[in-house]
Design a protein around this ligand. Structure first.
Ligand code: PMP
Length: 356
């Protein structure tokens, strides 16, 4: 049941393990575009500082794209990356959008193979830890002309991470951003470029000041449709009397097509739920929470995995989702996904790519 609630409690970090992005590993993989038609073979070297000309194009005009994926230690001790081909494809789409050369999938996979083979030993068998992989590409030309770079550098780095929101899975509270937009039609919301993220910091500061953990983004045109949460996709669990629907906002062009989102749409079916992609308005989210049709909401992404949302705040109004605690469908979906990561549940579609 929904109810009016007082201001959410201020976010606290319950973390004893490694924080997100804080412990970079020992190596870096690097490749260069020859300016015409090909990439050099990705090479493994020590993790070290870059030397950049102050007039590097990528620094000034934001010709920078990145990815985020994870490798996990499975129960049998082997290491495997989760759906790296999907991340390679999204990296290629991001490159096309920013007039950058695509990195072929084989090179993307070979870079991952090299880095995980070198630094994977740093990942313990603690199932709450994983090796987060960060591919990056930027324009390297020394020029302040407003044009696409000719030269590009690809880098792959990694860090050991525990849970994005700390060591335990606690429901997060969210703040609906009315002042800022993340993405707009014709923009870059459906790709992963660096320029999408710095403009979101102000909204996150507002959310934190309001005592919430994260921002919920509305569409920029009607300011009505729920799009994403911070750097994560959203799901709603709805019971329509006959079946349990696991619903996520449709990909309108202003949402990032998350690899986790896509995976959960498939896993929901394994749990006997009906996956749906549809537009959900903020009003509908509130009303359906109020009348009990929506009983759970969760966010998902490579970093956050599956994180329950317990409470929503829109200006002075706020509402609970269910009883504010993690619901059973959210729990089962997270368990199933994490079990696939660790080789404890079947992987019929071959999502886990073993690192030799
Ligand atoms: N939306 C945004 C804006 C993101 O940055 C991310 C993280 N890459 C996601 C959603 C989730 O995507 P994925 O499941 O591929 O990590």
């Amino acid at each position: 049941m929904t109810q009016s609630v007082s201001a959410p409690t201020a976010p606290t970090a319950a973390r004893t393990g490694p924080g997100h992005g804080e412990q970079l590993t020992e190596h870096l993989v690097s490749a260069e575009w020859n300016g015409v038609d090909s990439w050099s073979d990705p090479t493994l070297g020590p993790y070290e500082d870059l030397s950049l000309d102050p007039a590097t194009i990528g620094l000034h005009y934001g010709q920078v794209i990145f990815e985020g994926l994870k490798a996990h230690r499975r129960q049998d001790g082997t290491l495997a990356a989760f759906r790296p081909e999907e991340h390679a494809r999204r990296f290629q789409r991001s490159a096309r959008r920013l007039c950058m050369p695509e990195l072929p999938t084989e090179l993307f996979l070979s870079a991952i193979q090299k880095l995980v083979a070198a630094d994977g030993h740093l990942l313990s068998d603690d199932p709450s830890h994983s090796l987060y992989l960060r591919p990056l590409m930027f324009g390297t030309d020394r020029s302040l002309m407003l044009r696409p770079s000719v030269g590009y550098r690809f880098l792959l780095m990694s860090f050991i991470t525990g849970g994005f929101f700390g060591d335990t899975v606690e429901p997060v509270s969210v703040w609906v951003s009315r002042d800022y937009s993340r993405a707009f039609p014709g923009g870059t919301g459906d790709v992963k470029c660096a320029a999408n993220y710095a403009p979101s910091f102000n909204a996150q500061v507002q959310a934190t000041d309001a005592g919430c953990h994260q921002v919920v983004w509305l569409d920029a045109v009607e300011r009505r449709w729920v799009e994403e949460m911070g750097g994560m996709n959203l799901f709603f669990v709805r019971n329509n009397g006959k079946e349990t629907e696991v619903v996520t906002p449709s990909l309108t062009g202003t949402l990032l097509p998350g690899v986790t989102r896509n995976s959960l749409l498939e896993l929901a079916q394994r749990l006997g739920c009906t996956p749906r992609e549809e537009k959900i308005s903020l009003e509908q989210w509130r009303e359906e929470c109020r009348d009990g049709r929506i009983s759970e909401t969760f966010a998902c992404g490579t970093a956050a995995v599956v994180t329950p949302v317990g409470q929503v705040r829109d200006g002075n109004e706020s509402w609970l989702i269910g009883d504010g605690r993690e619901g059973p469908v959210t729990y089962k979906l997270r368990r199933l996904l994490v079990d696939v990561h660790h080789g404890l549940a079947p992987d019929p579609a071959g999502w886990m790519r073993t690192i030799r």
